[in-house]
Design a protein around this ligand. Sequence first.
Ligand code: SAH
Ligand code: SF4
Length: 350
Amino acid sequence: MLDLYRLSAAQLAAWLIEHGFAPVHAARLMRYLYRDGVADAAEMTDLPPRLRATIQRDTHLSPLKLMRQTVSADGLTRKFLLGLHDGETIETVLMRYEGRWTACLSSQAGCPLGCVFCATGQAGFRRNLTTGEIVAQAVFVNRTLSKQTRVDTRGQRRESLRNIVMMGMGEPLLNYDAVVAAMDVVCDRAGLAIGGKQITLSTVGVVPGIRRLADERQPCSLAVSLHAANQTDRARLVPAARIWPLDELLDACRYYTTQLGRRILFEWTLIAGQNDSVDHARELASLLQDIPAQVNVIPLNLTSGFDGEPGSHAAREQFSATLHEYGLPVSIRQRRGLDITAGCGQLANA
Ligand code: SAH
Ligand code: SF4
């Protein structure tokens, strides 16, 4: 069975020609798949009956099965447990910020990199997701939005999916080809039409992947999970630092920013007593002094396999203020969905 969600508009047109249909149907099919979120070919009434039958026979349009949906008490965060065809499960999160929705997508079932504070890492690796499974997560959440949001007078949906963060389960740059192909599909103007810059890919620091993103001039924004500003501390929190040491990672980051003229968002999960002092902030500022950077401080979320503490509000403020003093732009990530364990690093194949 072909997974239609893995095809770009051009590939969809080629598939139509191959099966004896006019390529003009590609645009309509894209609308059905992405804008309307139609999951049953029988509902694609504007397509010729023979094409509908071919889609029904040769493809599958629901690679993900909803197993559980949880909504946070404030209604702003929803978490979906989704089943894959082989029995694996993943989690996808939808978050609302001022009328705009951001989807947090998974790139792998599990993760092999074992960052000590991350529930996904604590649970281990199952497998890479396919392009279709990554795209289908965006389609799935967009469909749940279409069902519930009102339409304004110009026929525009008032609330729609605007941003995607590749920050769910898994390390996207260990599944490079599938992730990049999925980003192509969700950016397609005939489909979900997400802007390239509206996608943020977060990596733990897979050096070859960062260089490849730069060489290929991939349009997404890049976030790098740093958490420590020296190799010893970092290797303790992020075992992947033993494969890609801090100096090599920073070289790759410099290469990326010079090639593309963009800055990088450096993520820093703040753990009380481990990386949250004024000295830690100074060390970070000095490490990033020659890189166009912004720091995103993430208060630690609790997971069962790690006994660190998030620390106080005051410590967070002081950490950020110190970075500011050194001229480094900094933001503190809003805590979201903690009551449904949908916060950063809390996703696991429950
Ligand atoms: N594998 C990628 C993307 C997924 S994790 C990466 O590591 O970057 C997304 C972000 O959540 C990363 O910055 C990660 O370090 C952070 N994170 C993981 N566990 C966390 C936790 N328990 N509390 C807060 N942030 C966490
Ligand atoms: Fe994997 Fe990212 Fe979790 Fe580390 S933080 S274990 S790289 S998902």
